[in-house]
Design a protein around this ligand. Structure first.
Ligand SMILES: [Zn+2]
Length: 423
C-alpha cells in the first residue's frame, strides 16, 4: 500500500471570508445555546465586530459581551484589529475571529479507487491532505479501518497535530448510510451489511467519528465552502459512477425520513427502459452514468474486445472522438445530455431551488451541461415565464468530498466546544 500525497487544493472555492453557511432571512436557524450560535456566526463571518455580532444574533450588546467573554476565556475565539468603517475616525474597532488552533478535525472520503483525507483547523482551513490509492472491490471492515488509520496517521503527521487534538472525524462513502445511527446498510467499498462503521472508527482511531453518504458530503462542501454558502435552497447533482443528489432547504441539509441519500439516479426517465445496475429498468443512471456510456461506447466505437481498456480509458477515448467530430460518439453524449436535462428539470419542478450545482470529478465532460442541455432543461420546466434556476458547475479537485466530510466534523466540533456538550 502506497501513500500518494495530493497537493491539489480546492480549485474553485468561492472567495468569501470564513466558512459555513452565511445565515440569511428565511434560512433555518441553527439550534443550540447562544454561545454556540455566536461561535458559528463568528466563524461564518471570518471576522466580525461585537456590535455587528449583536445585530446578527438580535441580542443586546451586553449579552454579546458576556457570551464573547466566555468564548475568549475558553480560547475558542480571539481578538483582531477590525476594518475601519468608511469615514470613521480613530482606531479601527476590535473584531473577533475563530481561533484556528483551538482544535482540529479530519474528513475522509472512502471510495472505490482511492481514499482521500484532509485535516482542517477550526476556521476550516485545510492544513494537510492525503490520498491512498486502492483497488476497486469491497474490503473487509478490518481492512477499511486499517486504511482509515493510515490516512489519519498521515494527515496528522503532515499537519504536526496529535490525535488527541482532533475533536471529530467525518467519513463518507458511497451506498446506503444511516447517518444518525452511524451504520452502513450497504456500500460498494465495504463488505457486509448493516455495519456499525462510525462506532468502529471511533474505537479504532480514538477520535469520535460520524459517517454519511458521500453525496451528502459533497453537498455539505458546497454549503460550507462553496457557492451554497449564500443560497437558501439549492440542489447538488453529482455525476460519477452513478448520479447522486443532495438537497439543502432553508440552509440545512435535507436528510429525508430514513436519512438515506436522494437517489436521483434511480428515478425513472423511461418505462421499460435500459437495465440499471440497481436491477430496475429506465433509471436516469442507466442513460447518463459512466457505465452506461461505456456500454454504448463499446458498441458504437467497435472497440476490440481483445483490448483491455479500463472504463476510464473507454470514456476518455469516447470523449476525444466526440471532440474530433465523430458522429457516433457525439450521439452518445447528446442522448445522455437529453436524459440529464429531463432529470434536472424534474428536480427543479419538484423543489424550485434558486441554484443547481453540478459537481464531482467528471464535470470535464461538458456534454452534461452544454447549452443545448440547458435549453432542453428550460423547456421541460413547468410554469409560465418561470426563470430556470442558476446552474453552476464546480470542477474543484477530488479533495472536495473529504472537505465535505470535514464540514460534518466541524459542525460536531462546534457543538462540542461551544455548545451544550461544553456546558
Ligand atoms: Zn437504478
Amino acid at each position: 500500500m502506497q501513500l500518494d500525497l495530493s497537493e491539489r487544493e480546492a480549485e474553485e472555492t468561492v472567495q468569501l471570508a470564513g466558512c459555513g453557511p452565511i445565515r440569511m432571512a428565511g434560512g433555518g436557524e441553527l439550534a443550540g445555546p447562544l454561545r454556540q450560535l455566536a461561535y458559528e456566526r463568528i466563524r461564518s463571518a471570518g471576522q466580525i465586530a461585537r456590535v455587528d455580532l449583536a445585530r446578527v444574533l438580535d441580542v443586546s450588546p451586553a449579552t454579546v459581551t458576556a457570551v464573547v467573554s466566555e468564548l475568549l476565556a475558553a480560547a475558542l475565539v480571539e481578538e483582531v484589529e477590525g476594518t475601519a468603517r468608511p469615514g470613521a475616525r480613530g482606531r479601527p474597532p476590535v473584531a473577533l475571529r475563530v481561533r484556528g488552533g483551538a482544535g482540529y478535525v479530519i474528513g475522509i472520503k472512502l471510495a472505490e479507487f482511492k481514499h482521500t483525507a484532509v485535516l482542517t483547523d477550526m476556521t476550516g482551513t485545510t492544513l494537510a491532505s492525503s490520498t491512498l490509492p486502492r483497488s476497486a472491490h469491497a474490503r473487509s471492515l478490518k481492512a477499511v479501518l486499517e486504511e482509515a488509520a493510515r490516512l489519519v496517521d498521515d494527515v496528522t503527521a503532515r499537519a504536526g497535530v496529535t490525535r488527541d487534538q482532533v475533536i471529530a472525524l467525518g467519513a463518507g462513502l458511497p451506498g446506503l448510510v444511516d447517518h444518525p445511527e452511524g451504520r452502513v446498510l450497504w456500500s460498494s467499498v465495504l463488505e457486509g451489511e448493516d455495519v456499525a462503521l462510525a462506532h468502529r472508527l471511533t474505537e479504532r482511531l480514538g477520535i469520535p467519528a460520524w459517517i454519511d453518504n458521500d453525496t451528502n458530503l459533497l453537498t455539505l462542501a458546497e454549503l460550507w465552502f462553496g457557492r451554497g454558502r449564500m443560497a437558501r435552497d439549492f440542489a447538488v447533482v453529482s455525476i460519477e459512477q452513478g448520479v447522486g443528489m443532495g438537497l439543502v432547504l432553508g440552509q440545512s441539509l435535507y436528510r429525508g425520513a430514513h436519512s438515506l441519500a436522494l437517489e436521483l439516479g434511480h428515478t425513472k426517465v423511461q418505462l421499460d427502459g435500459a437495465l440499471c445496475r440497481c436491477g430496475q429498468r429506465g433509471c436516469l443512471e442507466a442513460y447518463t452514468s459512466d457505465y452506461a456510456l461505456v456500454r454504448e461506447a463499446h458498441t458504437a466505437l467497435e472497440l476490440g474486445s481483445h483490448l483491455q481498456l479500463s472504463p476510464q480509458m473507454v470514456l476518455e477515448s469516447l470523449h476525444d472522438r466526440a471532440k474530433a467530430g465523430n458522429e457516433g460518439a457525439r450521439n452518445i453524449f447528446r442522448r445522455a445530455g437529453r436524459y440529464m436535462a429531463a432529470g434536472l428539470a424534474n428536480v427543479i419542478n419538484l423543489f424550485d431551488p434558486s441554484l443547481v450545482i453540478l459537481s464531482g470529478e467528471r464535470m470535464q465532460y461538458q456534454y452534461l451541461y452544454a447549452e443545448e442541455v440547458m435549453r432542453e432543461m428550460g423547456e421541460l420546466i413547468v410554469g409560465r415565464g418561470r426563470r430556470p434556476p442558476d446552474v453552476a458547475v464546480n470542477t474543484w479537485g477530488d479533495l472536495v468530498w473529504a472537505r465535505g466530510a470535514a464540514a460534518l466534523a466541524l459542525d460536531i466540533a462546534a457543538q462540542k466546544l461551544a455548545g451544550r456538550d461544553a456546558a
